[in-house]
Each structure stands twice: as C-alpha cells, then as structure tokens.
Ligand binder design. Structure first.
Ligand SMILES: [Zn+2]
Ligand SMILES: [Zn+2]
Length: 389
C-alpha cells in the first residue's frame, strides 16, 4: 500500500510499504477514506519531539471503512464507516475504566522510553513517535487499529466524511480543553490559538455554558473564522498587548478560564520569544511556553488554566509565584478521545456543533509534504489539510 512516511526533519515521502495485518484478536484493519494534518504533527516534522525513525507512517486523525476485524471485535463489522480515536487505549485498565483513556497502562509497548524522562508512560498515539508506541499512523491507504472495539466508532449517517474525520482528534481535544476548564454558566473563557483544536475549544466552551469567548491568534483568516463560526470576540496578538486587552475586556478582572491550544512552538515578537528561541538552540530548553506564561498572568484569581497545546519537555520562566498566589487550578493532558466521541458525534449530527469548516484544503497523499508545508507556513488561509489516500 501507499503511505506518507517520515524521512527526517521536514522530509515526508509517499512510499510503498507492506499492508497492515491483524496481529491481535482486538485489532481491525480499516481502509482510510480521509486523514487530516494536526498541529502536533508539526512538532514531529519540525524535529521537536524525539524518537521518530525513518520510514515511520505519521497521522493520527483519520477515518475509513472496516475491511477486517479480529475475533475479539464484535461490536463493529466489515463495511462499517468508522471514526478512529487518535489515542490507543485498552479500555479495561484502571485509567481507561475511569475515562482517562490517554493514560492507558496497556497500549504502549515502548513504555520504558517515556518512563525514563517522565517517570510514567502515557497511552500510545497513532503515528506519533516510538515513545508513544511506534504504531503506524493513518496517512496511508490502510491502517491497523489496535483495541478496535473501544477505539473505533460507527459514524452516524447524518455526518459527512469531512465532519466525521475530525471526531478522532480536533473536536475531542478542543472539547476536553473546555471540559477541563470547568466552565460555569456565565464564564468568560480565553482561548489561545485558533487552529483546528482552538476553533473546537471555542464552540465547546459555548456548549458548556460560557457567556463569552475571547480568541487569540494573529492569522486574520483564523480570527475571522473564530468570529464567524465560533461567535468569539477576537484579539490579534500582533496588534495588541494581550494581557492589557484581556483585563480591559473583563472589567479589570481577567478571564475565568484560560485554554492554551498552542503549546511548545508558540511565536510572537516579544523578547521572551527570542529568549526561548536562543535557549532552544543551545539545548537548554525544549518548549517555548509563551502562551502558558500569558495564560497564568491573564487568568482571574481562582480561575482555571487548561492546557491542550502539546509540551514535550522542560519549560522556563513559568510564573509559578503568580499561579500559586492567585490560587489557579491547572488541568492538562492528551485527549481522552474515546470518552468524548459518541457525545460529540451527536452534537455534530444534530447541528449543535460543526467541524466541516476545518477542512479548508483537500489533497492526495502524494501531496503530503506540500500539504504539511502549507499548514506549517499557514499559507492560503489553511486551517486543516485533509488527504484522500
Ligand atoms: Zn492531533
Ligand atoms: Zn487502558
């Protein structure tokens, strides 16, 4: 089959690789119909997250048709149209049974790798380094889905493929950010980053009762989408001082809930950015925590900072004194996709939420590197590129 493979930093190529096979009774093989880029793939391609190997198939947001199931998969069958959770989780361990699927104890065969750096191992993720399991991803004609009985969801026929593909990651990740933020009716929520996850965090904040959402980015088209689709008020961080503007918009108090949908590759024109870049270059720091610092400083006393943007290692100059003395709550994590997908599918099916607007560009798998390059450089107002293998 054809697959989009990592061949080193900023080098993706379509290659011929062996077709995947059922290895365990709870596996399924799906024929991929749509697969989307994600901001966290950029961290891999840009070389920020270690343990990628040449030939690895990337991609963790995909959907398709079931072509084969192992004996242990009885809830889905050949021919079913399914959306697949980006995280791979057993469904039975202590973490999975309490809904914390991205903390699964049983899905990462390379648990010893993250244990060395983090003390523990998170769940595996499709196509997302050997530290996260070394599983082949979805940018391919076929993919093996382990624990398919808990990781695949039959797609409601009211959903188009362009809507359903984002149920695997962008929507559940954004929704989890809003859910973790503990939004109360009437809250003002600030969302940093208006990419796919940020846009879905905006919609989710309203679904969970927010009265106002203030979205922060610098790409005019993304800000426009946040206003038009998400009904958010927006701030262009290249034009205003975000902390001052947020204070002013909230009567001097600060937003109740702050959601970081940016993570380790944050950019701006501040001295802090150049400080982070220099430390990264010297190998003294892994993550640029510009947004995290801002969220802590902006959040009202007693508020919540919810972190969805990916951090990989060590951050510097985080104002813990402010966080502590303001009594902030921090919540963070990789998505528990399996927990949210059925509920979110219903939101899309009944029109309470939409995901189709995220698919701004449709390309073939052969155009994979081109798609990621556009996405990385934010050209042509790209939100997410969707590949049809
Ligand atoms: Zn993702
Ligand atoms: Zn588990």
């Amino acid at each position: 089959m054809k697959a989009l493979c990592y061949n080193g930093k900023y080098d993706l190529r379509v290659e011929r690789v062996p077709d995947p096979e059922i290895l365990n009774p709870r596996d399924a093989i799906i024929k991929v119909s749509k697969t989307a880029v994600c901001g966290s793939d950029l961290h891999l391609i840009n070389g920020y997250i270690p343990t990628m190997k040449e030939g690895d198939i990337i991609g963790h947001e995909f959907m398709g048709e079931v072509v084969e199931t192992g004996k242990g998969v009885t809830n889905l069958k050949k021919g079913d149209r399914v959306s697949v959770a980006a995280t791979i989780s057993c469904g039975h361990c202590n973490y999975c049974s309490t809904g914390s699927y991205s903390l699964c104890d049983n899905s990462n065969p390379n648990a010893f790798m993250p244990e060395k750096i983090m003390g523990d191992s998170p769940a595996a993720i499709f196509g997302y380094t050997h530290s996260f399991g070394g599983y082949a991803g979805g940018h391919a004609e076929y993919v093996r889905v382990p624990f398919a009985d808990v990781g695949m969801f039959k797609v409601d026929e009211r959903l188009t493929d362009e809507q359903a593909v984002f149920l695997g990651d962008a929507f559940p990740t954004g929704f989890m950010g809003a859910d973790m933020a503990g939004i109360q009716p009437g809250d003002t929520v600030a969302v940093w980053g208006c990419g796919g996850v940020g846009q879905m965090a905006i919609q989710s904040a309203f679904l969970l009762g927010a009265e106002r959402v203030i979205a922060i980015d610098r790409e005019p088209s993304r800000l426009e989408t946040a206003r038009r689709v998400g009904r958010a008020e927006t701030l262009d961080f290249s034009k205003v001082d975000v902390l001052e503007a947020l204070r002013e918009m909230t009567g001097g108090r600060g937003p109740d809930r702050c959601i970081d949908c940016v993570g380790l590759e944050a950019v701006d024109d501040s001295a802090q950015y150049y400080y982070d870049k220099a430390k990264q270059f010297l190998g003294l720091e892994i993550d640029r925590a510009i947004v995290l610092r801002q969220a802590i400083m902006a959040c009202r006393k007693g508020g919540t900072v919810s972190i969805l943007g990916v951090y990989a290692g060590f951050v510097d100059s985080v104002p813990m004194g402010a966080a502590m003395n303001k009594g902030l709550t921090f919540k963070m994590g990789q998505l528990h996709a399996q927990k949210y997908i059925p509920r979110l599918m219903e939101y899309v099916a009944n029109g309470q939420a939409d995901t189709s607007f995220l698919a701004t560009h449709s390309l073939s798998l052969e155009e994979g590197m081109k798609g990621y390059d556009m996405f990385n450089k934010r050209t042509d107002d790209v939100m997410r590129v969707v590949f049809t293998p």
